[in-house]
Design a protein around this ligand. Structure first.
Ligand code: 0GY
Length: 289
């Protein structure tokens, strides 16, 4: 693991908020263990191992029933750790993989059997080298045939340039972490408004109301992120999902307490109906439908 890498919280608090029955943690990862599933040579960081057993333990402890496990860049396009976790979870997990344009139909079908339902396109420069957009479009065309969607990760300043590409994607699109707004600019800033406007226009676009721990400038309990999460949940109640982002790769400011992250949910989804859509109905439709 990198010298400055912060491992996940060893003993998170028990959340006060009790998720509804059937709740899905729809953004989390598994890392390694490296002696079984080595990290990718092209990775930009080396994390602390975060194996599937730990993830499933956390799921139960926090009161969730299911996981959506998202391939992280430290494993590159080697989806073995992901597929292994999906197989171990049975029907209780789905996955999002990273693949190249040469992926075969058989390989995709095998991943589908294991529970993969999407691919991730990453535009965050500190995490990946540049991939030409036509490569991503080739991949999107292939996975569309299986009914998969694309998960897209970018930061707010890059959205304007990405809009034509996003509009070209033939699949449902799920944007990570509310498009990573700069929360110090406020919820009414044109950058966040651009994202809201795009979601309003592109009805096949969803987002994850996730990562207050990454977006915050003030730290826990993440008061400065509440307005952003609430705006998304209120405006797009049927196209929003939530996840822990465990094991929180590349956190520098603090180690998030997963229990406190769960307690953030009722601050952004303030009614039982909104909570059920965010945690159960929406992820079930997208990943188990
Ligand atoms: C996240 C966020 C990050 C990392 C990755 O794939 C990854 O390595 O997504 C990050 O560093 O912001 O969603 O886990």
């Amino acid at each position: 693991m990198d010298a400055d890498y912060l491992p996940f919280h060893p003993n998170p608090s028990k959340p006060a908020f009790v998720p509804p029955p059937g709740a899905v943690d729809a953004h989390c990862h598994v890392f390694g263990p490296a002696d079984v599933f080595p990290y990718a040579p092209e990775r930009k960081y080396t994390p602390c191992d975060a194996p599937k057993e730990k993830l499933f333990e956390l799921r139960d402890y926090l009161g969730f029933e299911r996981n959506v496990i998202v391939q992280a860049t430290c494993h590159g396009k080697d989806n073995r750790a992901l597929v292994d976790a999906l197989k171990a979870a049975g029907d209780m997990a789905r996955g999002v993989a990273s693949v190249g344009p040469d992926i075969s139909e058989d390989e995709l079908k095998e991943m589908h059997e294991a529970g993969v339902r999407g691919v991730r396109f990453n535009f965050v420069k500190r995490l990946v080298d540049n991939t030409p957009k036509d490569v991503f479009l080739t991949i999107a065309d292939k996975v569309k045939k299986l009914g998969w969607h694309t998960v897209v990760y970018f930061e707010a300043p890059d959205l304007e340039e990405l809009i034509p590409f996003l509009k070209e994607l033939p699949t449902t699109i799920v944007v990570d972490h509310m498009g990573r707004p700069d929360v110090t600019k406020g919820v009414d800033h044109p950058d966040f408004q651009r994202f809201i406007d795009l979601m309003a226009e592109v009805e096949t676009m969803w987002t994850k109301a996730t990562c207050p721990e990454r977006l915050t400038a003030d730290g826990p309990p993440y008061d400065d992120v509440v307005a952003f999460g609430r705006k998304i949940v209120d405006t797009f109640p049927d196209r929003v999902i939530w996840g822990t982002d465990w094991p929180h790769p590349n956190m520098k400011s603090h180690v998030p307490d997963d229990g406190k992250l769960v307690d953030f949910i009722p601050r952004i989804a303030t009614t039982e109906t909104a909570q059920r859509k965010l945690l159960v109905d929406n992820p079930m439709r997208l990943y188990w439908g």
